[in-house]
Design a protein around this ligand. Structure first.
Ligand code: 9YT
Length: 132
């Protein structure tokens, strides 16, 4: 059994910073679960273009509010604590954080932990601080 606490990940290579978000990787490929699971903080006021060409991702918002825009359909979905969205079609999308958001993210196939540096399909566009 694997038991981890968020505080144990902080400051290790399981805590990965990008311009618009910080991802704490609870479970990665080498944990052998078949998926990865992250506790991700999205910075307030940011807009991130995301396209996971090779992964499915489910995102459960547990704090904050924002929106997701599906690029192809143009549909905009408000996201708040208690909302999940699942990218079951490799959708290109914009994630906009109106406030700081905290997301529980699950990836299939699992991330190995290195993706943030050569992350195909994740292109931060704007990283500006905003008052909450
Ligand atoms: C919600 C989302 O996809 N944010 C980008 C970071 C990613 N979820 C990660 O690496 O945790």
């Amino acid at each position: 059994m694997i038991v981890r606490k968020l505080e144990e990940l902080l400051g290790t290579d399981r805590e990965v910073d990008a311009a618009n978000w910080t991802s704490r990787r609870f479970l990665l490929k080498n944990d052998g679960m078949g998926f990865s699971m992250h506790d991700t903080v999205i910075k307030a006021g940011t807009e991130t273009f995301i396209w996971y060409a090779h992964h499915l991702e489910a995102v459960y918002c547990v704090e904050g509010r924002g929106e997701v825009e599906a690029v192809d359909s143009g549909e905009v979905y408000p996201i708040e604590a208690g909302t999940i969205y699942a990218l079951d079609g490799h959708e290109k999308h914009y994630l906009r954080a109106h406030t700081q958001m905290r997301m529980v993210c699950v990836f299939n196939p699992p991330l190995t932990g290195t993706e943030v540096h050569d992350e195909k399909g994740v292109y931060p566009l704007v990283a500006e601080a905003a008052a909450d």
